[in-house]
Design a protein around this ligand. Structure first.
Ligand code: F6P
Length: 556
């Protein structure tokens, strides 16, 4: 079989009508059968030519199924879609989140204090730095042991409660930067409304030594508020005094009234703004747990890494612009090669939560079915993103990537120096990364397999078609700055893809229906009397079965 597809839009309006898109369609027809083996043998410098470096990250994109012409046309497409103007609009603070009429200014979170960005006449950079300074002072109090709990004990455990963008970023960053963290502080996260999450996170802890950070942009999210109330009950159950809340709970939110009605005082609240999207907020006060874990200096160096990539994205020409190019290659793989998925494979154990973080960043941003004008798209949008750290994935799902019937483009991420040198282990890790990209690109032909003396019947089983596209991202070491640059790279790649598809990458209406239906269903589950159910027959039957089992278990 051959992993070639034709999923390009057929209509002659919108994206499909753009000259560069049409040219890409025609170009695709000419190189659809191109093999990476041939492309590499025709150009001895391909590995050097198709590489870019910015903000401490080196991207080798040579193992994509592209030619100079592909790159030229993708850059032309970016021009026709107004990528440069849209980047400028984002950095200016225009309300580019059109369905929510909001600016999208996560770049302001890492702007230096000397910069000014105005939203509704207010310099948001000054506000960002005021909050950063407050966070730093608070983090230092905790790290030094000066912040004491209600009974006078030192705080040793931090539990951050949040979900989605108020959880995944700090979870990922705390894990990614664990090497730099203060080891006598335990940092845990609770997100799921499944009580197990909170119960397991608190079961071995002393409330007198535990501080909760309640993170919610809206401060209305069911999961977070439910967990926060349960955490307060757990805390007060041990400490026995309502006043303890003041020493054991702080909040991160844009909703000061909500925080106050929960009982958290204004001085224990760290604010952010509606122009920070949840999935773009790990470098705002939502990152408070990260700052406590790694300290304000490392947090600021993470921000500097973000900033370096921001500046590169804002100023570099598209052809030499790392996030723009990364995004355009995704467009090529999704819309022209028919890939419906992207595997992100970090060869660093500290990045084990990075794919989960990217899932929200990419799929909540670009998993959309209409353009900004509400017109249904006739092309694929965000690929399904997933991944696991190498080398674990190799012994699990790589079989499908190498020999399955689906095209799975992969991003490999690795570091030249490991943080925990131990014998040959880092060389073993990285040789596996390099070997995988080589195997995926070049495969092994039937002739090569047969030449090894493989019995004829086994030859087809041992053939590797190759021609699987990959990107490789290399950096010197995993540092706070590298992590910031890496996250900003994906943020801006997602932005680029959204611009090409002409979708609003900053709203998330798709999460609303399920939330509303759950609100309707909860009272039906909890009702003491048998409720009249008006769902479909499947949902009705499931609810009845659940109620029956639940009621039986209560009377047993
Ligand atoms: O349900 C999705 C979502 O709205 C995300 O976009 C957001 O990151 C998450 O919920 C949490 O929202 P909040 O920070 O307001 O609790």
């Amino acid at each position: 079989m051959s992993l070639t597809h034709d999923v390009t839009p057929s209509s002659d309006v919108g994206l499909a009508a753009r000259p560069a898109w049409r040219a890409l369609v025609a170009h695709h027809a000419t190189i659809a059968q191109a093999q990476l083996r041939e492309l590499f043998s025709a150009d001895a410098d391909r590995g050097d030519r198709y590489a870019l470096e910015a903000a401490g990250l080196y991207l080798d994109y040579s193992k994509n199924r592209i030619t100079d012409q592909t790159l030229k046309l993708l850059a032309a497409l970016a021009g026709e879609c107004g990528l440069r103007e849209r980047i400028a609009a984002m950095f200016r603070g225009d309300a580019i989140n059109t369905t929510e009429r909001r600016a999208v200014l996560h770049v302001a979170l890492r702007a230096p204090a000397s910069e000014k960005i105005f939203v509704d006449g207010v310099d948001v950079v000054a506000e960002v730095h005021t909050v950063l300074d407050r966070m730093a002072a608070f983090a230092e109090e905790l790290r030094s042991g000066r912040w004491l709990g209600h009974t006078g004990k030192r705080i040793r455990n931090i539990i951050s409660i949040g979900i989605g963008g108020s959880d995944l970023g700090p979870v990922m960053a705390c894990e990614a930067l664990r090497f730099y963290s203060q080891r006598d502080l335990t940092v845990r996260f609770v997100s799921n409304v499944d009580a197990t999450d909170l119960v397991e996170a608190t079961r071995d802890l002393d409330a007198a030594e535990t501080l909760f950070i309640v993170c919610s942009k809206t401060f209305t999210t069911l999961e977070t508020l439910t967990n926060a109330h349960a955490a307060r009950a757990w805390c007060l159950g041990q400490l026995g005094d309502d006043k303890a809340v003041g020493r054991h709970f702080v909040a991160v939110s844009t909703n000061a009234d909500g925080v106050r009605s929960f009982g958290i005082a204004r001085e224990n609240m760290f604010g952010f703004w509606d122009w920070v999207g949840g999935r773009y907020s790990m470098d705002s006060a939502i990152g408070l747990a990260t700052m406590i874990a790694i300290g304000p200096a490392h947090f600021r160096s993470m921000l500097a890494g973000f900033r370096a990539m921001d500046e590169h994205f804002r100023s570099a020409p598209v052809e030499r612009n790392l996030p723009a190019l990364h995004g355009l290659l995704a467009i090529w793989n999704v819309n022209f090669l028919g890939a419906s998925t992207l595997a992100v494979l970090p060869y660093d154990q500290y990045l084990k939560r990075f794919p989960a973080y990217l899932q929200q960043l990419t799929m909540e941003s670009n998993g959309k079915h209409v353009t900004r004008d509400g017109v249904p798209v006739d092309f694929e949008t965000a690929p399904i993103l997933w991944g696991e750290p190498g080398t674990n994935g190799q012994h699990s799902f790589y079989q499908l990537i190498h020999q399955g019937t689906r095209l799975v483009p992969c991003d490999f991420i690795g570091f030249c120096q490991g943080l925990n040198p131990l014998g040959r282990q880092h060389d073993l890790l990285m040789s596996n990364l390099f070997a995988q990209t080589e195997a995926l690109a070049f495969g092994k032909t039937a002739a090569e397999v047969a030449a090894e003396g493989t019995p004829e019947a086994l030859v087809p089983h041992r053939v590797f078609e190759g021609n699987r596209p990959t990107n490789t991202l290399l950096a010197e070491r995993l540092t706070p700055a590298t992590l910031g640059a890496l996250v900003a790279l994906y943020e801006h790649s997602v932005f680029t893809q959204g611009v090409i598809w002409d979708i609003d990458s900053f709203d998330q209406w798709g999460v609303e229906l399920g939330k509303a239906l759950a609100l309707r269903t909860t009272p039906e589950l909890e009702s003491a009397t048998e409720p009249a159910l008006a769902h479909d027959s499947s949902t009705n039957a499931l609810i009845r079965r659940y109620r029956h089992s639940r009621n039986n278990s209560r009377t047993a």
